[in-house]
Design a protein around this ligand. Structure first.
Ligand code: NPW
Ligand code: ADP
Ligand code: K
Length: 509
């Protein structure tokens, strides 16, 4: 992957974005006004690219706030008017920043107030440009501010959000005050995506997301180490070698009648390229599994002693357990898995088994481990963090799913992947990835029983292939969603491992 593509995968917080803008402006190479002009021109350009019919002038309402987001709105209003559009601009308050004042001074048209707007201002096929608030939103929208956005949506207008839909916290994607907001058809942001575009409600409310280059890449170092979108990596291609060069994954399964989950895990580990995969189940579950497995090998493991005996074979280099394991078996086996020091993926029952004693689990975890909880499992291990996520967000920046995953990773001492349409992955120390199955990359068919078991297998398989825990989790989560996107409607969990070859082929692996 080229450097530019890697850079485009960065996702910034508002603080990081301000630091980058500040560094660019502080260098003297560019002014805030010039950036605002580029931002406004970029919004227009992206609108026309998405909706070529707007080459023919139409009707637009521009909603301007008092800050620089409003300033971008004045620029867009001017550019649309220059193209012959009928523009109705309504301001919440006079521009309050120097750059917004300059932009407003260049707007020759009338300025209405938000309360002046009525249904007649939003004729069919018109546009509503939301330039009320961007990265500066710090509290919920008052009812009178949200009203024109709702009116526009009710009239069937397409809403274009400048930088981010007003009301969404750009750091968390949560709607401040828990308001009911209409969805933007298009969001045009600048230089890099923000976390609020993809996390929580932001993923749905942002609509199509486009990022405009306003020419400040040269100052991106001021952002420190941003989170990044998960995506494919060159290491997915299988290098030359013997099967033992690609690792031997050991998946631990549960008792009779509960084996489907672990079989899905094992099959996915094999499909993603682990050289060998063995499923270890209680002796009484051997017949059932033997009848259902071919390339996946099978071994009996009755208990912890049996597992320790099996692990005398050093070739088992990545262990995956939890799906269909059973809570008692999980309590018995997890300590042996972690004591082995090998790369390990813990999911489902392997996490829930420690709901009463998360500290005991954290004490045993090591940096080679990956935890893959869904929201419920996360709440069992990290109840205080889940509580913070469940508490309505009133002020920005609000506590985000990524904040929660980062704190969880710190506490657990290993990589934590918190599942959802907006899967977040964090390592101790703060490095983070987002596997966002939202907007144009949505994968709603992944909400199906057993999808998580397959993710466990993909990550276990990548660990066996030698991927570092953070990259195994992030690449695995991306690939999992990509397989679902590739399959499309009607997907069930069994389809996911079978779709991995198509995804790998499309990547040129
Ligand atoms: N800097 C640059 O180079 C570039 C920046 N760009 C653009 O700037 C945007 C950021 O601008 P910004 O920092 O001025 O913040 P912005 O989102 O306009 O709002 C701040 C104002 O809103 C107010 N306020 C907040 N919440 C409120 C509420 N609920 N209800 C009512 N008021 C509320 C707050 O007031 P206060 O909290 O002080 O009362 C303050 O006055 C960014 O998103 C991008 O679009 C681009 O042009 C590219 C170049
Ligand atoms: N609406 C959705 N869009 C995209 N991905 C989703 C959605 N719902 C669930 N997923 C993904 O599907 C998987 C579900 O896993 P999990 O909740 O453990 O289910 P199960 O235990 O049934 O396997 C996770 O990887 C999650 O990120
Ligand atoms: K906005």
């Amino acid at each position: 992957m080229c450097d530019e593509a890697a850079q485009r995968r960065e996702i910034l917080t508002t603080r990081q974005m301000r630091a980058v803008e500040g560094a660019a402006i502080g260098s003297g190479s560019v002014t805030g006004s010039a950036l605002m002009e580029r931002a406004g021109a970029g919004v227009l350009c992206e609108m026309l690219a998405l909706w070529p019919e707007f080459e023919r002038p139409g009707h637009a309402v521009i909603l301007c706030g008092p800050g620089n987001n409003g300033g971008d709105g004045y620029v867009v209003a001017r550019l649309l008017a220059e193209r012959g559009w009928q523009v109705r601009l309504a301001a919440l308050a006079p521009p309050a920043t120097p750059d917004a004042q300059v932009a407003a001074a260049c707007w020759q048209g009338a300025v209405a107030t938000l309360s002046d707007l009525g249904p007649e201002d939003f004729p069919p096929g018109s546009l509503c440009i939301d330039a009320l608030f961007g990265t500066g939103l710090v509290r919920p929208l008052a009812p009178g501010i949200a009203a024109p956005l709702r009116l526009a949506a009710a009239q069937g207008c397409r809403i274009v959000a400048i930088d981010i839909l007003s009301g969404l916290c750009a750091d968390s994607g949560r709607v401040l005050g828990g308001l009911d907001l209409p969805r933007a058809a298009l969001t045009v942001s600048f230089q890099r995506a923000k976390l609020g575009h993809v996390l929580a409600q932001g993923g749905n409310l942002s609509g199509v997301l486009r990022i405009v280059d306003i020419g400040i890449d040269g100052w991106m170092a001021a952002a420190g180490v941003p989170a990044r979108f998960a995506g494919p990596v060159p290491a997915l291609a299988k290098r030359a070698g013997h099967k033992y060069d690609h690792g031997h994954a050991l998946v631990l399964g549960g008792g009779p009648g509960q084996g489907g989950a672990a079989r899905l895990t094992a099959r996915a580990a094999l499909r993603i390229g682990a050289g060998l995969v063995t499923l270890a189940c209680p002796p009484e579950a051997l017949p059932e599994n033997a009848a259902r497995l071919d390339a996946v090998m099978l071994r009996p493991v009755a208990d912890r002693a049996g597992l320790e005996h099996l692990l005398e074979n050093p070739r088992f280099n990545a262990l995956g357990l939890g799906p269909g394991l059973g809570l008692d078996r999980a309590r018995d086996l997890v300590p042996a898995v972690l004591a082995s020091g090998r790369a390990a993926l813990l999911d489902a029952d392997a996490l829930t088994a420690f709901a009463d004693a998360p500290e005991a689990l954290f004490a045993a975890l090591h940096p080679g481990a990956v935890l893959t909880p869904h929201g419920g499992e996360f709440a069992r291990l990290f109840p205080d963090l889940a509580q913070r996520l469940a508490t309505p967000a009133e002020t920005g920046p609000a506590f985000s799913r990524l904040d929660a995953a980062r704190q969880a990773a710190e506490r657990a001492g290993c990589v934590v992947l918190l599942k959802g349409p907006d899967t977040v992955i964090a390592a101790p120390g703060g490095e983070a990835r987002v596997a966002a199955a939202v907007g144009e990359a949505q994968a709603p068919w992944l909400a199906t029983a057993g999808a998580g078991d397959v993710l466990s297998g993909i990550v276990t398989g990548l660990l066996a292939r030698g991927f570092a825990p953070l990259e195994a989790a992030a690449t695995g989560a991306w690939l999992h969603a990509e397989a679902a996107r590739d399959f499309g409607p009607g997907l069930i969990a069994e389809d996911l491992p079978e779709r991995i070859p198509a995804v790998l082929r499309a990547l040129g692996c």
